[in-house]
Design a protein around this ligand. Structure first.
Ligand code: HEM
Length: 443
């Protein structure tokens, strides 16, 4: 066995939310805090290090319930992390999400000037995320998390977002999510696609070798080791507009479902077109052992089953022939839904805010999140589709969507934007030792 194959992650120093998929069903809460006083900030981090769960013990008394803590660049600065240490973190992180708006396609309605305040302002210092299998257990953990900041006068809670699994257990457009996750070497947590070679740990956690052979470290090493970057985005979903588009561009209800599946790459049940291209197979969609067991190139290089432009094939082209190397653009996702579901069959917008709190986890903000968002979602050049964008989450403004088909392809026009970014931030989720180091900063 080679040395690299023996990589063992220090699970007891890694926050649980980094590696463990969220429970299903789930309830979650995100709380943003501002640090007005440095010593209160350090005390907050000290207390947080006591409630944050590590990835080591899935059978802890809290079971599937966990608290994670992440800090923005401004947050680390507010704690007094020396500038020479801050400079060793990713430059995109230092800029913050609002400053990266153009690169991310956060333009028009998604641009920072329209974001929900205080998202996108320098006030977001700390994000506490709590996730649990049900609202009852969540409340107990939120209470515990609240204790970490409530009695600290220099700390202010400035934003909160509650999320919960919809009764259908699907995301607001109606698709099963939380299906495909990469396998990570040394994590002991199995991936979902048996055909995907586990990725090097350094793709997701700082301090380990990555797919390119590099090891990301910070100065001092303890700050970064076992930490990772997290991207939070509150993505509003226009469910009525999505349903209207499907209806207007299909011949009947069956065709509507096929079109929805062609846009996503999976039927709403979660069953992939790659394995059942003609009809939905709900049993397959519900089977974690089979529903992600596929590649594209051998029998579907032309996208006749799963269009190259569909959401899942764009965001993870697997073995498709594209410009570039897929394995350096993989990511861990932790999406949780917010807002009331739009009742089935309703085609008119009811004005409610609903969508996904999207969370990315990975060690390389630039070549993972930003690359996928800008090149694979908001451009089509990488697989020869010009400037076509992701039909579901792209920043569309009348673009087209192509469904390869014989004898003639199906080309849909006039895609509107179905997903609007309401704001977010780039954060760093330190390891548990790093949290204690931050709490003990002296200057
Ligand atoms: C509201 C916005 C979004 C919705 C409704 C959505 C929905 C979905 C659904 C239903 C799946 C298939 C099931 C699964 O594997 O979990 C999926 C997969 C995926 N999505 Fe999204 N998504 C959204 C935004 C994004 C964004 C912004 C990114 C990246 C920047 C992204 C990256 C991915 C990736 C990497 C996969 C897995 C692909 C695979 O391995 O097959 N998604 N998404």
């Amino acid at each position: 066995m080679s040395g690299e194959a023996e990589t063992v992650l220090e699970l007891d120093d890694i926050q649980s939310g980094v590696l463990r998929p969220r429970p299903a069903p789930y309830a979650a809460t995100y709380i943003a805090l501002r640090i007005d006083d440095r010593s209160a900030g350090r005390e907050l981090v000290r207390r947080a290090s006591g409630v944050v769960t590590s990835a080591a013990n899935p059978n802890s008394p809290l079971a599937d319930t966990w608290v994670s803590v992440a800090l923005s660049y401004q947050g680390l600065n507010a704690l007094g992390v020396p500038q020479e240490s801050l400079n060793t973190l990713a430059w995109e992180f230092k800029q913050g999400m609002a400053a990266r708006a153009n690169a991310l396609g956060d333009t028009g309605e998604s641009s920072p000037e329209h974001w929900e305040k205080p998202l996108g302002t320098p006030d977001v210092h700390v994000v506490l995320a709590t996730v649990s299998p049900d609202p009852h257990r969540l409340e107990a953990v939120v209470q515990k998390a609240r204790k970490t900041y409530q009695e600290l006068p220099g700390i202010k809670a400035i934003w909160r977002q509650d999320c919960h699994a919809l009764p259908s257990e699907k995301e607001p457009f109606g698709f099963r999510d939380g299906i495909s996750h990469p396998a990570i070497e040394g994590s002991g947590i199995p991936g979902t696609n048996p055909r995907e070679q586990p990725l090097k740990a350094g793709e997701f956690v700082l301090g380990y070798r990555d797919e390119i052979g590099g090891i990301q470290t910070t100065e001092p090493e303890i700050l970064g080791r076992n930490g990772t970057y997290v991207v939070f985005r509150k993505l509003h979903q226009r469910v009525a507009a999505f349903r209207q588009y499907l209806k207007a561009n299909s011949t009947d209800a069956e065709d509507e479902e096929l079109l929805a599946a062609k846009m996503m790459g999976r039927w709403r049940s979660g069953a992939p077109l790659a394995l059942c291209p003609l009809h939905d197979d709900p049993e397959l969609g519900a089977d974690p052992g089979r529903r992600n067991d596929f590649l594209y190139s051998e029998d579907d290089s032309a996208g006749l089953k799963t269009p190259g432009s569909s959401h899942i094939r764009r965001t993870n082209p697997r073995d498709s022939s594209i410009a570039g190397v897929v394995r350096i653009h993989r990511m861990i996702r932790r999406g949780t839904a917010y807002g009331p579901p739009l009742p089935p069959g309703v085609l008119e917008d009811d004005g409610a805010d609903r969508g996904l709190m999207f969370a990315f986890v990975g060690a390389h903000l630039g070549r993972q999140f930003e690359f996928v968002q800008s090149q694979w979602i908001n451009d089509g050049v990488f697989f020869g589709a010009g400037d076509d964008k992701d039909p579901i989450v792209g920043s569309n403004d009348g673009e087209a969507f192509t469904v390869p088909r014989r004898p003639v392809r199906r080309r849909l026009q006039g895609l509107p934007r179905f997903v609007v970014n309401r704001g977010g931030e780039y954060c760093f989720m330190p390891g548990l030792r790093a949290l204690r180091w931050l709490a003990e900063l002296k200057t």
